[in-house]
Design a binder for this molecule. Structure first.
Ligand SMILES: NC(=O)c1ccc[n+]([C@@H]2O[C@H](COP(=O)([O-])OP(=O)(O)OC[C@H]3O[C@@H](n4cnc5c(N)ncnc54)[C@H](O)[C@@H]3O)[C@@H](O)[C@H]2O)c1
Ligand SMILES: O=P(O)(O)OC[C@H](O)CO
Length: 333
């Protein structure tokens, strides 16, 4: 098949490579023409995963129309903040039945819409849409270190298609019908990873990290239940799996940002220096819309938002979490 991969950051590059190694012809869209030209001439992405030699089945271009023209399926790997504008542009370029897979992680600013909701509004056809998420650091997937992931879609046929396209001995792909659960876990876990990074950054220990991860999972479960996803998804690869990978791995930009922020780094400077997205920094704000809509408490998400955007001090954040009213462990999940 000919697949358009939209976004040539770390994850787009790794997924393009995975598809090409499985026999697909890949058309990779890079925002910057210089990156597309470099991939065409040297089979390497100069800015992301530059040590990985890319398959000759990957062609790159910065012209979205050219990349989308022949696509039999589309894989979206831009930052989440451009989900609607990208979907709108693609709706004019790809046919109404072309399957589309979301691989970015986040919810829409202002509306709290989940990615597949936004895509359905802009491109139509719920059944052709799917989302892929799991404990998958691009640096590891790109070099074939064993990993697993989940593809969720309202349509079993669409989930099966993407499962087939990506599955390989080193990359095991499960399917799920719970797209809502997978999307919410993907957005929420990045916020918790920032909290864990912050906690290590100020010198707290592994007990604190385990507390944040476990109570972070309680927040994810609350969100997923209220949004009518399946709480069991939180126990799976897109939930607990990705939460653990992102909170514990030094590859994680969210965790690294949290650590750096605790030592005085700003979000703008971190983004400028790394050229990478820190999705959790936006998700902690965007999830507040859902927190209000569902009348649930997301205390870790609240303090991360307070620290990054509202000038909360780290001691105040600690107290805001640890002096909440005492209750049974599973109260309100
Ligand atoms: N890196 C990973 O290991 C990984 C794994 C799973 C999911 N993801 C998700 O994939 C998405 C993309 O992350 P990434 O790691 O590939 O990117 P990255 O952080 O490695 O690089 C940023 C990318 O975003 C592009 N970009 C910046 N502003 C843009 C804009 N306005 N419009 C279009 N593109 C823009 C840059 O050109 C670059 O390609 C994120 O939602 C991330 O959470 C990443
Ligand atoms: O590097 P991060 O923190 O954006 O995490 C990357 C992936 O989401 C891990 O599965």
């Amino acid at each position: 098949m000919t697949i358009a991969v939209i976004g040539a950051g770390s994850w787009g590059t790794a997924l393009a490579q995975a598809l090409a190694k499985n026999g697909s012809q890949v058309s990779l869209w890079a925002r910057r023409a210089s990156v597309a030209r470099a991939i065409e001439s040297s089979h390497r992405n100069p800015d992301y995963l530059s040590s990985v030699e890319l398959s000759s089945s990957i062609r790159a271009s910065s012209d979205l129309a050219e990349v989308a023209r022949e696509a039999e399926a589309v894989v979206l790997v831009t930052p989440s903040k451009v989900m609607r504008s990208t979907a709108r542009e693609l709706s004019r370029l790809v046919g109404p039945d072309v399957p589309v897979l979301v691989c970015f992680k986040g919810v829409e600013e202002g509306t709290g819409c989940l990615p597949l909701e936004v895509l359905e509004q802009e491109m139509g056809g719920a059944d052709r849409l799917a989302v892929l998420s799991g404990p998958n650091h691009a640096e590891e997937v790109a070099v074939g270190i064993p990993a697993a992931t989940v593809v969720a879609s309202p349509s079993a046929q669409t989930a099966d298609l993407f499962q087939q396209l990506f599955s390989a001995p080193q990359f095991r792909v499960y399917t799920s019908s719970d797209a809502v659960g997978v999307e919410l876990c993907a957005a929420a876990k990045n916020v918790i990873a920032i909290a864990v990074g912050l906690s290590y950054g100020v010198g707290y220990g592994d007990n604190t990290a385990a507390m944040l991860i476990t109570r972070g999972m309680a927040e994810m479960s609350r969100l997923v239940s209220k949004a009518e996803g399946d709480p069991l998804t939180c126990m799976g690869l897109a939930g607990a799996g990705d939460l653990i990978a992102t909170c514990m791995s030094h590859h994680s930009r969210n965790r690294r940002f949290g650590e750096a922020f605790a030592q005085g780094m700003t979000l703008d400077r971190f983004s400028e220096e790394t050229h990478m997205v820190v999705e959790g920094a936006l998700a902690c704000r965007n999830l507040a819309v859902l927190e209000r809509r569902y009348r649930i408490e997301l205390p870790i998400t609240d303090v991360v938002r307070g620290l990054i955007w509202e000038g909360l001090a780290i001691d105040e954040a600690r107290d805001a979490l640890n002096t909440r009213s005492l209750k049974p462990e599973f109260y309100g999940i």
